[in-house]
Ligand binder design. Structure first.
Ligand SMILES: [Zn+2]
Length: 112
């Protein structure tokens, strides 16, 4: 099996280990979430701290108040922590952010 090489990628003044990590930054930007990037590969926002490659993360938006939340585990995660309304992972805002992250084009060369 060929080794998959991470391509160092520059975005928003940060140098990411891979394009995937840079795409997460695009995703967060699109949602207006505060993020930061550290060499350990963690995003630390005002409210969010998540391993960049954790596929178990589920992003949800409250259909009532627009609160964005990240869930890591099973449970009652389709309910907003803020107002108890329904939270969905398929709101137009979240889907737009996913689309934006997927279609992001980064600079060529060393910057990926
Ligand atoms: Zn809410």
């Amino acid at each position: 099996m060929p080794e998959i090489k991470a391509i160092e990628t520059r975005y928003s003044g940060c140098r990411f280990h891979s394009r995937l990590e840079a795409r997460w930054a695009v995703f967060f930007d699109s949602l207006g979430l505060v993020w930061d990037y550290e060499p350990e590969g963690y995003y630390c926002g005002e409210k969010y701290e998540a391993p960049s490659f954790d596929n178990s993360m589920l992003f949800l938006e409250c259909v009532n108040c627009g609160e964005i939340k990240i869930e890591f585990s099973e449970g009652n995660y389709f309910v907003c922590d803020n107002c108890n309304s329904r939270a969905s992972n398929e709101t137009p805002r979240l889907l737009r952010a996913v689309q934006k992250a997927r279609s992001a084009r980064f600079e060529h060369g060393e910057s990926g």
